[in-house]
Write a protein that binds this ligand. Structure first.
Ligand code: PLP
Length: 393
């Protein structure tokens, strides 16, 4: 359409365009020319959807209520199932009827939380490197993202002493992602509690994103901030089923928080989506009722890839990765790299390996590449490493 240029809100103009999409578009163009790209790009576990999901969705198609809205907060049966899994596996105690909204994925849950929480111009502390959609969502919700650098030497751990310099001015919220995207770090439980208490004392809301809670290796332990009794009323928990059940296309997650907050958030939910897709809700209900054996099997395959990558990357000149114990990412420093965007494009075009530039995860991610080992099997991962070795040698 031509004509006068339409006004675009400043907060949207100031938000970066989705960087992963951009890299995928480049890779797709090459694939169409017949170039065999190996993707270490997108944050997806490349397993087929869990069998319970597919079966439950198939059955749901025949049920009349699947084709209608559910309550805004989601199907009561699913909310009850989520609450009991949270209590059983995470020590998180919530009332499924007042503390929970089922959302169309973790990203909607996060934006829903921000739109309910933020006043225009509120500062939101983002440990950096950060999950890029969080930074985008803060801007879109009218907040100001404040990058708090995490250090590579600490294994990208979130430490109170790194946060302290940023507490001199008021902040509305701190975002906590553990296990972390993009670094794979699992935050130390004691330090995380100390951080939580310090934020609560300052009335800074904790936005805990537990999307990768099921992907933890090598004996590391994930602590959900929502399980800490002294932080009750201070934590908004967002979560996604995209990664747990390999269903990024189904779009299902949730937001949990104090009942008065959830009551207000319901206005935002209703105006955004009314409710999450009912067929996806029924599918996830099917998966939650399954024993966790399949998840355990996947976890062990991912751990195998993680260990392989640790060995192999240590043999490649210019690449440094101190292995982390969660999610399925290696956040790799590249010696001498000052332009990770240019580097990722060159690696894609010359070595035919898709990676994500560290700069996409904030200024403290510059000089690094994120490699996802979620969706490549071991032979492809071996080939990707051979190509990276040839490129960097
Ligand atoms: C930390 C984190 N939170 C949320 C999401 C988004 O999840 P969903 O697909 O449920 O929107 C992702 C996806 O990569 C993520 O890495």
């Amino acid at each position: 359409m031509s004509g006068l240029r339409m006004h675009i809100a400043q907060r949207v103009r100031e938000t970066t365009s989705p960087p992963v999409d951009l890299m995928n578009a480049h890779a797709e163009r090459l694939r169409r020319q017949g170039v065999p790209i190996i993707s270490l790009g997108q944050a997806i576990p490349g397993f087929p959807a869990a069998p319970g999901i597919v079966e439950a969705a198939r059955t749901a198609l025949e049920e009349a209520d699947t084709h209608r809205y559910s309550p805004d907060a989601g199907m009561p049966a699913l909310r009850e199932a989520i609450a009991s899994v949270l209590a059983r596996d995470r020590n998180v105690s919530i009332d499924p009827h007042s503390d929970l909204i089922i959302t169309t994925g973790g990203n909607q849950a996060f934006l829903l939380a921000l739109l309910t929480l933020l006043e225009p111009g509120d500062r939101v502390l983002l440990p950096s490197p950060y999950f890029l959609n969080h930074e985008m969502a803060v801007r879109i919700a009218g907040g100001i993202p404040v990058e708090v650098p995490l250090t590579e030497e600490s294994g990208y751990q979130l430490r109170l002493r790194d946060l302290e310099p940023f507490l001199k001015q008021p902040a509305r919220a701190l975002v906590v992602v553990s296990p972390n995207n993009p670094t794979g770090a699992v935050f130390d439980c004691d330090e995380l509690c100390r951080v939580g208490v310090a934020m609560a004392e300052r009335d800074i809301t904790l936005l805990a994103d537990d999307t990768y809670q099921d992907y933890v290796y090598a004996g590391a332990r994930h602590l959900s901030l929502a399980s800490v009794p002294t932080l009750r009323g201070q934590v908004l928990l967002t979560c996604s089923y995209s990664k747990t059940y390999s269903i990024t296309g189904w779009r299902l997650g949730f937001l949990a928080g104090p009942p008065d907050f959830i009551r207000e958030a319901m206005k935002v939910q209703d105006s955004m989506v009314i409710c999450a897709p009912v067929i996806a809700q029924k599918a996830v209900l099917g998966a939650l009722r399954e024993p966790p054996d399949e998840l355990k099997r996947r976890l062990s395959l991912l751990d195998q890839r993680r260990r392989f990558l640790a060995t192999r990357l240590s043999q490649i000149p210019r690449l440094q990765w101190c292995p982390t114990e969660g999610a399925f990412f290696a956040f790799v420093r590249v010696e001498g790299c000052a332009d990770s965007q240019g580097l990722a494009l060159d690696v894609l075009h010359s070595a035919h390996v898709l990676t994500i530039p560290g700069r996409a995860f904030g200024k403290h991610g510059e000089g690094c590449l994120r490699l996802s080992y979620g969706s490549v099997d071991l032979p492809d991962l071996e080939e990707a490493c051979r190509r990276l070795e040839r490129y960097f040698t």
